[in-house]
Design a binder for this molecule. Structure first.
Ligand code: AMP
Length: 376
């Protein structure tokens, strides 16, 4: 495909914060942005030239949307397959096909990983009554997760007995699910990887991630794991970019076991929360890389200019009053990113803070302090 040059229009399916940060990167490079989702006054729509508010199931609107742009990308992987297909009938869609289909569904994703020899957490498919009882003897503590449309720990139940697992499956409406062994991990890390149409791959240094209640809380990079762990994580990410024929960004989330093996937890075929620190700390952000990849332009450098740490700001930070922004911004190394969401609800990702410093440990200390200041 010929490069899609500045001045062209990018269509974004979805309208959340990932689309917003993508749109900011695209606007900076002189592109126009149209966004499509069933909402209005959205994080992406506030930045885009045009915001279409229509259901994903309205395939005529989707086709008309795609006909008005030069390339379509998405900002979350749960765009229904017929929507992506309708868009593809009118414009190139990137990343396309296999990666979206595979990563929309935990069971498909894990089966793909296992059958292609990638290291993955032990799991069993739960589709019908009897599957749990048959699988359970191989599991001790486990997590039961819905197979479709899951993110940020939603649709997940920790279980320690077959009876608890059966009750959890009933609670999720006996829908298709994955029973996954609970990993006693030493740490969690992720690699954001990018591949262009000509097969060139670039990687960011892994982030070390900590979660609270299944939601990412803090990411720090560079991670302080042995160099061999970082290079193995990047090798696995390269294998995935190639096997899934990704043109765009892929984030691979890993568990690092106590005996220093990497197990893949999850894939995301787009920029990822753990890569937000690339905006303030790297030569090229993960969002600009998505733009470059989908427009068939050369990829930028992933080099990190300074160690960095990112802290998510969930709706909980608001409490009864507006957070004390000025107090956090009084720390000169701290950057504030707010997503323009209209209502702050507990658990909702409203923004993030990034701190850069001479070492990753200092950056983490600064970003934690900045977040604590918001509550004063
Ligand atoms: P997920 O949405 O599947 O990425 O899960 C969110 C978070 O829950 C992960 O980042 C982990 O902190 C935790 N988690 C999920 N699956 C497992 C597992 N099999 N073992 C241990 N922790 C898990």
């Amino acid at each position: 495909m010929k490069p899609i040059l500045p001045g062209s229009t990018i269509g974004v399916l979805g309208s959340g914060q990932l689309g917003r940060m993508f749109a900011i990167a695209a606007r900076r490079l002189g592109y126009r942005v149209h966004t499509y989702s069933p909402d209005r006054d959205t994080p992406t729509g506030q930045i885009a030239d045009i915001e279409i508010d229509a259901p994903y199931e309205d395939l005529d609107r989707v086709r008309a949307f795609a006909a008005g742009v030069d390339v379509v990308t998405f900002e979350f992987e749960n765009v229904p397959a017929p929507t992506a297909e309708a868009a593809a009938s009118a414009a190139p869609v990137r990343p396309a096909g296999l990666v979206l289909h595979t990563t929309q569904h935990r069971l498909r994703e894990k089966t793909f990983l296992e059958s292609h020899g990638f290291p993955v957490t032990k799991f069993a498919a739960i589709r019908q009554p009897g599957d749990l009882a048959a699988a359970w003897p191989g599991f001790g503590s486990a997590i039961l997760k819905t197979a479709g449309f899951g993110y940020d720990g939603k649709g997940q139940y920790r279980v320690t007995s077959l009876a608890e697992a059966e009750a959890a499956w009933v609670a999720m409406g006996q829908q298709e699910a994955v029973l996954e062994a609970l990993v006693d991990f030493e740490a969690e890390l992720s690699v954001v990887a990018v591949r262009s149409e000509d097969g060139n791959c670039v990687f960011y240094t892994p982030s070390a991630n900590s979660h609270v209640a299944g939601i990412l809380d803090i990411s720090v990079a560079p991670s302080q794991f042995p160099a061999a762990v970082a290079s193995e994580a990047q090798d696995i990410a390269r294998g995935l970019l190639e096997q899934l024929d990704v043109v765009g960004v892929l984030c691979v989330e890993f568990f690092l076991t106590r005996d220093h093996r990497l197990l893949i937890n999850e894939l995301a075929p787009r920029p990822h929360n753990s890569g937000h620190l690339t905006i303030d700390a790297c030569i090229t952000s993960q969002f600009e890389q998505q733009l470059r990849a989908v427009c068939n332009l050369p990829l930028g450098s992933t080099e990190m200019l300074r160690p960095a740490a990112m802290a998510n700001l969930l709706g909980d930070v608001w409490g009864d009053s507006e957070p004390d922004w000025a107090s956090a911004l009084a720390m000169p190394e701290v950057k504030l990113h707010l997503y323009g969401k209209l209502a702050a609800r507990p658990g909702r990702k409203m923004g993030h803070l990034t701190a850069t410093a001479a070492t990753p440990t200092q950056a983490e200390r600064l970003v934690r302090e900045a977040r604590a200041r918001l509550a004063r």
